[in-house]
Ligand binder design. Structure first.
Ligand code: GLV
Ligand code: MN
Ligand code: MN
Length: 430
């Protein structure tokens, strides 16, 4: 049954309800859990719904060449660089309803709030829902914000998903084409700033009793692909001392990754989150294993030192077990500072809403903002989430925190307008 359009006013409560609505089929590719990979059926359905909400909020909605949804709320000066507010609409498998989507919906609620009051600004506001922040389908992340920021690598266009479907074919299924993909790039002069609201995905705000925080920087990330090749053989006949078991070697490597990640400062983290075992048969000694390694730290030098240690430790394990190791960097995202001036405006906006100075924190999670920083100054607003849990279906936020975030976003936009265009125009000019 088609739902009637909502007529309630913009609010944090409505933002939460909208994220909840998008948390299940048809907006998920699985009916068992939320999984909304890039260019899947759930993604397409979500974009239809989001486009309707954008239109209702007074925006012109379109899908760009990379499959991002973009809604534009015109400003008083049509040629002035636009303020972009956004986050991502894709989800990890069995993910939560607010990671990414809440930032997109809060962008729409921010515009709706102004549209209801007849306010326009010197700049246009564009709300953008990036299609792929998580690496939800292809083995690298932030593909579509990299397209918008104009920082795609040659290898990105040759990506294929786990089922062997290439980016070109996936785009075709979405009515888009590979040749046009990079055309999603925006020009520097067209974008005044990029602002992203996101759940913290960590425990700090909750532990310290803050509803909101302002992000000072986003941690550096490496994503590696490790392929261990041993010798497949009969599980009943191959003597233990003669084996070159790729899985046993990989298991030792996983523990080395964990040990090295745990031996540095608290913000250093290293994770093996995916593994494929070949041939993956109970009575065959594994001959090949492929796994991912994700290494992050607030400072690039700390991440790089840990990555070097991991390379060395894994090479030593491979040599000792007489298996081969092929380790390739799939993604290298440097640590990204947020813009100091914009972050100050965001901090003032938070103080206006909560009456207290916001907690300033570094994000260990990656965000499209770290890519958009190539294009424009960026700022991020964090919202407390329950238990700091994310990438998990139990992810939860409080309605009143989301309302505070909406108010902080609107206060931020008004402050940015004053900083860019001076005092607001008289009512009749609005
Ligand atoms: C995205 O959520 C990431 O930090 O990997
Ligand atoms: Mn995520
Ligand atoms: Mn996210």
């Amino acid at each position: 049954m088609v739902k009637p359009p909502t007529r309630e006013a913009a609010s944090g409560l409505r933002a939460v309800a909208r994220c909840d609505e998008l948390g299940a089929v048809p907006y998920s590719d699985s009916d068992e859990h939320l999984f909304r990979p890039y260019l899947g059926a759930g993604h397409a359905a979500a974009l239809d719904r989001i486009a309707a909400w954008m239109t209702e909020a007074g925006m012109a909605a379109r899908i760009d060449a990379a499959g991002n949804i973009v809604g534009r709320y015109e400003g008083r000066h049509p040629d002035a660089p636009a303020l972009l507010i956004g986050s991502h609409v894709d989800s990890v498998r069995d993910g939560g309803r607010y990671d990414g989507m809440l930032g997109v919906i809060l962008g729409i609620e921010t515009v709706a709030w102004f549209a209801e009051r007849g306010h326009r600004f010197g700049f246009a506001i564009e709300v953008i829902g990036f299609g792929d922040e998580e690496g939800s389908r292809f083995p690298v992340s932030m593909l579509t914000s990299r397209a918008v920021a104009g920082v795609l690598g040659d290898q990105d266009l040759a990506l294929a998903d786990a089922a062997g479907v290439g980016l070109a074919e996936a785009l075709e299924g979405f009515g888009l084409d590979l040749a046009g993909f990079a055309g999603a790039a925006r020009q520097r002069g067209d974008v005044l700033a990029y602002v992203e609201a996101h759940i913290e995905q960590g425990p700090v705000l909750e532990a310290e009793g803050h509803a909101l925080g302002v992000v000072s920087a986003i941690a550096a990330q490496y994503r590696f692909r490790a392929v261990v090749t041993g010798t497949a053989g009969h599980a009943g006949t191959m003597a233990m001392r003669l084996r070159h078991d790729a899985l046993a070697a990989a298991a030792e490597m996983v523990l080395a990754v964990e040990r090295i990640g745990g031996a540095g400062p608290e913000d250093l983290v290293a994770t093996v989150g995916r593994m494929e075992v070949g041939p993956g048969v109970p009575n065959v000694v594994p001959g090949a294993v492929t796994f991912s390694i994700d290494v992050r730290a607030g400072r690039g030098a700390v991440r790089d030192r840990a990555a070097d240690e991991i390379r060395q430790a894994l090479a030593e394990i491979a040599a000792r077990r007489a298996v081969t190791l092929d380790l390739t960097v799939q993604q290298d995202l440097p640590a990204t500072p947020c813009d100091a001036g914009l972050s100050d405006l965001m901090a003032e906006a938070v103080r206006e809403v909560t009456g207290a100075a916001p907690r300033i924190l570094v994000s260990g999670a990656g965000h499209d903002a770290m890519v958009m920083a190539h294009l424009a100054p960026v700022a991020m607003l964090f919202l407390r989430c329950r238990g700091g849990i994310s990438h998990n279906p139990t992810e939860a936020v409080m309605d009143e925190d989301v309302q505070a975030a909406l108010e902080a976003m609107t206060a931020f936009v008004a402050r940015l307008d004053r900083a860019s265009f001076g005092a607001p125009p008289k009512e009749k000019e609005e």
